[in-house]
Structure formats: structure tokens, C-alpha cells
Ligand binder design. Structure first.
Ligand code: ADP
Ligand code: MG
Length: 244
């Protein structure tokens, strides 16, 4: 597929003797929303982390928008900027204001002026509904607000694809929806997204495709309706039996 934005070909990764990613082949189209599901320890986080080389791979190829992910150096930094990542823990800079958290990358990495970076940051903060918090420090915001800032901060780098690794797992239950809604609107705007989540309602609603991982292997790929109503593999049936 030539219009795929993220492509993994025969990707293998070991941690010592543990074969965590086994011959992963995955192609994510522009604007597609992939939800990665699988039991704990199946390799979902490792797979996300290989896509921007937070983890190296042992063999195979990963390309972003047709460009092979380089091993290191400036080219890697450039490609990394095209991949936004949001983690379970919000990882905001604790000693910087919300506005500074969002403008830092564009100023340092993209070379934007303070004025331009701030104007764009305010627009992004408004989009995720926290522009009134711009002058505050991260600790003054709720977890849901901080996570929305983390999303705005990633978007400020103008990524081509956004990776979310359990973005709502650390949140109090009443804050989960505000973050999921932000992600749904991002998806509707056409952002290419790879999301690891345990929120099955969201997965059903937002996914174009479910990719089910078990023991480091892609065991099943299906539309959400197919996957949730008619899982094919025993491992997917077992997984769904435990969580639904
Ligand atoms: P998931 O996100 O699906 O829960 P992970 O990708 O975090 O799974 O982990 C997959 C497997 O790799 C697990 O067995 C985990 O213990 C192991 N693992 C993850 N990171 C490391 C690491 N840095 N060193 C050694 N083993 C790791
Ligand atoms: Mg994980």
C-alpha cells in the first residue's frame, strides 16, 4: 500500500530471551484510527515505542510516510517530530506553565518565534478546552485537563500520526470521557491515530480497525463490529470474555 502513513514490515524485537514483537506487519493508512488491544504484556506499548524509536528493533523495517525510520541522528529527530505520543502519565514539565509546555517544542525544535508559538498554542489549548488554564502550572490542573494539555503539546509539533498509550488509564473515572471526547474529535478531523486503550466503548466507536495482539503477535485484525461480535481466534475470545 502506497498511501500508508505508518508501515511496519516483519518487525522483530527481543528483550533478552523474550521475543516481544514477532514478525509484526502493520500498515496504517492516512486518517485511519487503529485501536491496539491485547492482554497485559502482549507487546502493545513496545510496539508503540518502536514506531518513534523509543525502542530499537532487531530486524524488519518501519517507515513513516514512505521514509524509513533512520537509526539515529538528525534525520531520526526529524521523523520523530512527525509522530506525536501521549502516554498514561502526562509527563508535563512540572516547573513550566501550561502555555510554556506547549510552546517549548515548536520554539526549540521547529524554530518558531515566541509570538507565533504562543498564538498556535492558545488555539490548540482552546481546541482541547483548557485555554483558560494557560498561565497555570501543571499541578494546578486536574488529571483530565493535564492529559488534554499533553495532547495539545503533541499536536503543536504538527505530527502526521498520533500514538496514544493508555491515555486514560491513570485518570479518575469522571475525567476519562473528556479525554476520549478530545480524541474522538481529533479522529473526526482526520488525524491518523494508533491507540492502546482498555476503553471498549471508545474502541467500538472510534476505531476503523482493531488490531489484536497476543504474545507479541498480531493475532487478529478486524473492524470493531467484527471483532466485538464475532472474534475469530480463541485468544481474542478469551480476552473479550475477561473484559466484557
Ligand atoms: P503491554 O503494553 O501490552 O502490556 P509491553 O510492551 O509493555 O506490553 O511488554 C511486553 C513484554 O515485554 C512484557 O513481558 C514486558 O514485561 C516486557 N518488557 C517491556 N519492556 C521491557 C524492558 N525495557 N526490558 C525488559 N522487558 C521488557
Ligand atoms: Mg502497555
Amino acid at each position: 500500500m502506497n498511501d500508508s502513513l505508518v508501515q511496519l514490515k516483519n518487525v522483530n524485537k527481543h528483550f533478552g530471551a523474550l521475543h516481544v514483537l514477532k514478525d509484526i506487519n502493520l500498515s496504517v493508512g492516512k486518517g485511519e484510527v487503529i485501536i491496539l488491544l491485547g492482554p497485559s504484556g502482549s507487546g502493545k506499548s513496545t510496539l508503540c515505542r518502536t514506531i518513534n524509536r523509543l525502542e530499537t528493533i532487531d530486524s524488519g523495517e518501519i517507515s513513516i510516510d514512505g521514509k524509513l525510520l533512520p537509526e539515529e541522528g538528525k534525520a531520526l529527530a526529524q521523523l520523530r517530530a512527525e509522530v506525536g505520543m501521549v502516554f498514561q502519565s502526562f509527563n508535563l514539565f512540572a516547573h513550566k506553565s501550561i502555555l510554556d509546555n506547549v510552546t517549548l517544542g515548536p520554539r526549540k525544535v521547529l524554530g518558531k518565534s515566541k509570538a507565533e508559538a504562543e498564538e498556535e498554542a492558545m488555539a490548540l489549548l482552546a481546541k482541547v478546552g483548557v485555554d483558560s488554564q494557560a498561565q497555570k502550572m501543571p499541578a494546578q490542573l486536574s488529571g483530565g485537563q493535564q492529559q488534554r494539555v499533553a495532547i495539545a503539546r503533541a499536536l503543536a509539533m504538527k505530527p502526521k500520526v498520533m500514538l496514544f498509550d493508555e491515555p486514560t488509564s491513570a485518570l479518575d473515572p469522571e475525567m476519562v470521557n473528556e479525554v476520549l471526547e478530545t480524541m474522538v474529535s481529533l479522529a473526526k478531523e482526520g488525524m491518523t491515530m494508533i491507540v492502546v486503550t482498555h476503553e471498549m466503548g471508545f474502541a467500538r466507536r472510534a476505531a476503523d480497525r482493531i488490531v489484536f495482539l497476543a504474545d507479541g503477535e498480531i493475532v487478529e485484525e478486524a473492524t470493531p463490529t467484527e471483532f466485538f461480535t464475532n472474534p475469530k481466534s480463541d485468544r481474542a475470545k478469551d480476552f473479550l470474555g475477561k473484559i466484557l
